[in-house]
Design a protein around this ligand. Structure first.
Ligand code: RNT
Ligand code: ZN
Length: 417
């Protein structure tokens, strides 16, 4: 079927495909730099293990080892994905050279991200940022919740430095910078004191957010988590902790939900509207947990579709929901992993934008039978043709067209690493 026919089919359901396509073009989705190098970064020994309860598995060849390689890989991804991209950096991706030699995380400055700012500027994209509170010798293993005041001070200084860097990125690029605070602080086994770490964590975030910033340009987020590998029994930054912090400090930060960070029967798609009832703005990490927070590549699956429907239905595309990707698979071609996940979020958003408005009315009129019938019929409309049209208008490859260029890049570039 052609796009014109698809457009007519959707029109029968009262849906304007043109409007959906135009809307999606201007929605930013944040592309996580850490898929390219298995979350290793450039500021510590790349062979050291990841800590903080996160893990990458697999040893697929071609991991980016330098800023140059990572930038080249991101450029490759930018060729493959439609829609508006924002880059998402972690502090551990600071760039050190002869002019700006290595400093520890409490001492990083905007100048260590100048090359990234230039990279984004040249490509006309914005940048989000994350302090890196894991995989570092000063995790004792705790960071912002550590009982050791010297450790805690170090990590607070890191957080404050990251506010200044986020501010720099926002100013340089003229786009707000979402700065996400996540720590893997927690315990493998039953703790004797649960409130102490949380009180210290709270105080640490207070101190980080006392660094001056314009909340319209720098948007600190608090990300919660249920547990991590090696931190199974207790997580300081639990859902209740993170949400309460954000609720009590609405003028300073926003809550962030990662859909890998809840018990397996809980769904973030249901939580979006709950949060938007109270918060003007929220942030999301879109990932795919398989049995645990395994950070598999995002698929065009039911929950991703449902999350995107909720974003659209709640008016999230008009600045209320900050969307970012967060997954890392080291067992397959990393460029492909990036492209598949990004394209799938775009697909799910487009799919959501193609939902008729009158479904809400059916619900309000208690027409539940009809609602089910229509919802089921929508599933077999010619979505693929609208998706192809969207990719074409964004001047990006269609499904079936992009993978061969990844294979070429693998042969010519990745295989030499
Ligand atoms: C970990 C969190 C966190 C990290 C990134 C690298 O479980 O989801 O967001 O994945 O900061
Ligand atoms: Zn996350």
């Amino acid at each position: 079927m052609s796009y014109t026919e698809a457009k007519e089919k959707y029109a029968e359901y009262g849906v304007d495909t043109e409007k959906a396509i135009e809307k999606l073009k201007n929605v930013s989705v944040s592309l996580h730099c850490w898929q390219g190098d298995d979350v290793r970064g450039f500021d510590t020994d790349p062979e050291k293990p990841l800590t903080g309860g996160i893990q990458t598995t697999g040893n697929y060849p071609g991991r980016a080892r330098t800023p140059k390689e990572l930038m080249a890989d991101i450029d490759k991804v930018l060729e493959l994905v439609p829609g508006k991209v924002k880059l998402n950096l972690h502090a551990s991706y600071a760039i050190f050279d002869d002019e700006n030699p290595w400093v520890d995380r409490d001492k990083i400055e905007p100048k260590h991200f100048k090359k990234w700012a230039e990279f984004c500027k040249e490509r006309g994209i914005g940048c989000d940022f994350n302090p890196t509170f894991f995989s570092h010798p000063k995790c004792d293993p705790l960071t912002l919740s550590s009982p050791n005041e010297e450790t805690r001070k170090f990590w607070i200084e890191h957080g404050r430095a990251c506010i200044r860097i986020s501010n720099y990125l926002a100013e340089e690029l003229g786009e707000p910078c979402v700065m996400n605070i996540w720590t893997g602080d927690g315990f493998k086994d039953i703790p004797a004191d649960r409130i102490g770490p949380r009180e210290r964590y709270r105080d640490s975030i207070d101190q980080i957010l006392s660094e001056p910033y314009d909340f319209k340009m720098v948007k600190p987020c608090i990300e919660s988590k249920v547990f991590g590998i090696g931190v199974e029994a207790y997580t300081a930054g639990s859902a209740e902790f993170a949400l309460s912090y954000a609720a009590m400090n609405k003028d300073k930060c926003i809550p962030l939900m990662d859909n890998g960070h809840y018990h397996p029967t809980e769904v973030v798609s249901d939580k979006i509207s709950a949060l938007l009832t109270f918060f003007p703005e929220i942030a999301l990490h879109i990932t795919r947990g398989v049995r645990w927070d395994s950070d598999h590549v995002v698929l065009f699956d039911d929950e991703t579709k449902e999350i995107c429907k909720e974003i659209v239905r709640c008016g999230g595309l008009d600045g209320r929901v900050n969307i970012a990707l967060d997954y890392f698979d080291a067992s397959i071609n990393r460029i492909s992993a990036w492209a598949v996940g990004f394209r799938n979020v775009q697909k799910a958003l487009l799919n959501a934008l193609l939902e008729p408005q009158y479904l809400k009315e059916m619900q309000n009129n208690s027409s539940f039978t009809k609602l089910m019938v229509v919802q089921e019929e929508l599933k077999t409309l010619p979505f693929g043709d609208v998706w192809n049209e969207y990719c074409t208008r964004c001047k990006k490859p269609l499904d079936g067209e992009w993978f061969k260029s990844v294979e070429k890049y693998e042969n010519e570039e990745l295989s030499r690493r």
